[in-house]
Design a binder for this molecule. Structure first.
Ligand SMILES: Cc1cc2nc3c(=O)[nH]c(=O)nc-3n(C[C@H](O)[C@H](O)[C@H](O)COP(=O)(O)OP(=O)(O)OC[C@H]3O[C@@H](n4cnc5c(N)ncnc54)[C@H](O)[C@@H]3O)c2cc1C
Length: 377
């Protein structure tokens, strides 16, 4: 998603771009069941997609706007509902399938003759000589690049090949994700209830569909993902709040949770964006949104330097991007840590404090700021 988003931002500015992807995404068809991998796109991310035709294309596929978001703790007094109209917006964001975001960004690239999508293919080596890197692909192609962008996710080969280290940590929790059919009609609210074993969340999808996310101790999440669809539906309905209603599970998987931050975002002729640069706990649904903000920043830095006739692939130019994004991403990474540990703590004082924090966020001014921050506006 993030590599394709960057290609869309740069394409109108005269850069010659090759987008290399290892996995061919399946074409969209309305009759398809919903993918497991979904995310909550913030209005800021949508705004970035609107700068190309990608957003219109995505709207022609399927996505679900949500107007409200509720956060509360089981047996606590803190209970908070955010509403888009509190900041004069129509929605707080959209729940979308990751594959459809990627497909719509790819379709938008088709109108640019200066962009080549090379798929399926993977780089096998990078050799830097002078101002250019030769990238050898596993299909035998050789690419010459002034700048290699590592947008290849948490296990980034680009990051590794250019010798960038990471600071990494593993959470004790994992999360179980299930695609569900719900008995309830179209919903416009996403909610998250905090329980000491981990949050339980519901993300609405189009029609009577949704995504259930259940954070738990890693072995318990894995055990849940090994249940049959029927058994898992029963477990979820037993432990989730009644707001969920009756559900039917159609797909499921568990994901380990990690945090990871690249020690630097650029090197000689190389720059990192999205999960290749930072991986955060998905509990606030901000991972891909941080990636879109990287795209916005890097595209601005590169196009500005390009238009001024500067050496746009130089370290000096790339350092401007790092300056704009590394600290901001670090803050979000640490905030997620505080959330995670704060809400996992069973101490009664900690519980009182976090409920107080949730309650104080009801104060209109604070609430507006929290909404605006989460929306990226
Ligand atoms: C359970 C879970 C729930 C989440 N929920 C949310 C959410 O609600 N909101 C949110 O904002 N974020 C969420 N995230 C995080 C979000 O999924 C990531 O931040 C996002 O996918 C990062 O996008 P990316 O394009 O940087 O990397 P990726 O999505 O990892 O994409 C990397 C791409 O590079 C390709 N690639 C990798 N290596 C190679 C190679 N060697 N050769 C060729 N191609 C390669 C891959 O095939 C892939 O297409 C969630 C994450 C998890 C685990």
């Amino acid at each position: 998603m993030i590599g394709a988003a960057l290609a869309n931002q740069l394409a109108p500015h005269g850069f010659s771009i090759a987008l290399v992807e290892g996995q061919t995404p399946t074409d969209y068809d309305l009759s398809q069941t919903f993918d497991l991998k979904v995310c909550a796109l913030s209005p800021k991310s949508a705004q970035i997609m609107q700068q190309s035709s990608a957003w219109d294309i995505l709207q022609g596929m399927r996505l679900c706007p949500y107007k409200r978001m509720r956060v509360w703790e089981m047996d606590g007094f803190g209970d908070l509902t955010f509403n888009a109209n509190q900041v004069g917006m129509l929605e707080l964001g959209h729940i979308v399938e990751n594959r459809l975001v990627q497909l719509s960004l790819w379709q938008a690239l088709e109108s640019h003759e200066n962009v080549a999508v090379i798929c399926p293919a993977s780089p096998i080596s990078f050799n830097r000589h002078g101002d250019v890197t030769t990238v050898v692909l596993d299909n035998g192609q050789h690419l010459l690049a002034r700048l290699v962008v590592g947008a290849d996710g948490a296990q980034s080969k680009v990051r590794e090949a250019f010798g960038v280290g990471v600071n990494r940590g593993q959470y004790q929790q994992a999360c179980l994700v299930a695609s569900v059919n719900t008995q309830l009609g179209q919903q416009d609210i996403t909610w998250q209830r905090f329980v000491t074993t981990g949050p339980q969340a519901f993300l609405p999808l189009l029609g009577q569909h949704g995504s259930v996310v259940w954070y738990h101790q890693a072995d318990r999440a894995r055990a849940l993902s090994n249940l049959s669809h029927e058994e898992l539906a029963t477990e979820i309905m037993t432990h989730f709040p009644p707001q969920l209603g009756h559900i039917e599970v159609t797909a499921k998987a568990s994901f380990g949770l990690q945090k990871q931050h690249a020690q630097r975002y650029y090197g000689e002729g190389m720059v990192l964006v999205g999960d290749a640069a930072h991986v955060i706990n998905p509990l606030a649904g901000q991972g891909v949104n941080l990636g879109f903000q990287d795209v916005d920043s890097l595209a601005n830095v590169l196009t500005h330097a390009h238009s001024k006739g500067e050496n746009w692939s130089s370290k000096e130019v790339l350092s401007r991007y790092q300056k704009q994004r590394k600290l901001a991403n670090s803050l979000m990474l640490h905030s997620m840590d505080v959330f995670h540990h704060g809400f996992s703590n069973t101490n009664s004082k900690a519980k009182w404090l976090r409920n107080l924090a949730l309650s104080s966020a009801r104060i209109p001014l604070i609430k507006k700021q929290v909404i605006r921050y989460a929306m990226g506006i």
